[in-house]
Design a protein around this ligand. Structure first.
Ligand code: AHN
Ligand code: ZN
Length: 335
């Protein structure tokens, strides 16, 4: 009787594959024993000193108010940083009409990682600073531009450090980092003319109508706004809870698992008109606003908010670290 040898190479291959698989699984279980018990994948360590430097670099430009030379120079710096960190950079240079019908020379800056992937998460912050300290206790300062260090630079600083980490170790999914312009040019109380709707978040409104990539989509987004304050409290912002509840839960659970529970109370905060409203409203991408909310102040935000005191002194590296590490943990666990 003649034997059939046709299947022998196939059987050998199968045995080889099984051995390779079992080796792999035993190795990875050893790895997870050796490293952190807190996460299932290797998540890079967020460097808060590095993030702080990126906040300082923005502070050194002075107030980044649209149509000023500081704004222009900072825009160039941010696009260059994203490029240095290996992102594919898109620039949206656009004239936007402000509350007083003045034209703002605005620039949204987008850094894309793994741009071919269909599985994407969007991370964003605004990079402009407010032209008016109209919440300052000293009325004489209400026309003074603010440095916008917590309100603006902190979120950008955290995301630049995230970008640096993305270059060193790529996560499974694609990431887009968007620095929105002209978020903080909303109508001041002292404006005498007609009051228009939707005067905040002009950069994200533009991007929502004309995304940097046609038909752009992402699973969800995270907006960072005022994420560097001392004793910051990130209550669950109400619009985020209503429109992106499962992502709110995931982010707050992650923060608690990492030991940052005091920064991330699970109680509901107020509803805020911020860039995430337009990311959701215009592109249907659920977006979570991690924003410093304080129920004990008149404004609902921190005491520094829209005052001349929003400078480097309000920044705490521990807060930058809590937010940055939470963001890293969330995106590296996204499959
Ligand atoms: C309003 O005050 C309408 N929205 C707050 C959004 C904001 C301003 N975030 C930072 N600056
Ligand atoms: Zn602001």
């Amino acid at each position: 009787m003649k034997r059939n040898y046709t299947f022998i190479p196939l059987i050998l291959l199968l045995i080889l594959a099984v051995v390779a698989c079992s080796n792999h699984s035993s190795k990875s279980s050893n790895d997870s024993e050796e490293t952190s018990t807190k996460s299932t994948v290797n998540v890079p360590q967020f460097n808060a000193d590095s993030a702080y430097q990126y906040v300082q670099a923005q502070a050194d430009f002075g107030p980044r108010v649209p149509n000023t030379s500081a704004h222009k120079a900072c825009g160039a710096y941010l696009a260059n940083q994203l490029e240095q960190f290996g992102a594919k950079v898109y620039n949206q240079n656009v004239d936007l009409v402000a509350y007083d019908n003045s034209i703002l020379k605005a620039r949204n800056i987008i850094g894309a990682y793994n741009p071919e992937s269909k599985k994407r998460v969007l991370l964003c912050a605004h990079w402009d600073s407010r032209p008016y300290a109209d919440e300052d206790r000293d009325e004489k300062k209400h026309q003074t531009p603010i440095l916008g260090i917590n309100d603006g630079a902190s979120g950008v600083g955290v995301l630049l450090e995230v970008a640096r980490q993305l270059q060193q170790q790529a996560p499974t999914i694609g990431i887009d980092i968007i620095f929105f312009d002209a978020e903080d040019y909303g109508t001041p109380y002292f404006h005498k003319g007609t009051h228009k709707a939707d005067t905040w978040c002009l950069g994200s409104q533009y991007w929502g109508r004309v995304p940097h990539v046609e038909g752009y989509n992402a699973r969800f987004g995270i907006l960072l706004d005022m994420v560097g304050g001392k004793n910051a409290t990130f209550y669950q912002e109400a619009f985020s809870k209503r429109t992106a509840s499962k992502h709110v839960k995931k982010i707050w659970d992650t923060a608690h698992r990492l030991g940052f529970g005091t920064f991330f109370p699970k109680g509901q905060g107020t509803e805020v008109t911020d860039d995430h409203v337009y990311v959701y409203g215009l592109r249907q991408i659920p977006c979570v606003d991690i924003i410093h909310l304080d129920p004990n102040t008149d404004t609902g935000f921190g005491e520094f908010w829209h005052t001349v005191d929003d400078d480097m002194d309000v920044i705490d590296k521990g807060t930058l670290h809590a937010v940055g590490q939470t963001v890293l943990e969330v995106i590296y666990n996204e499959k």
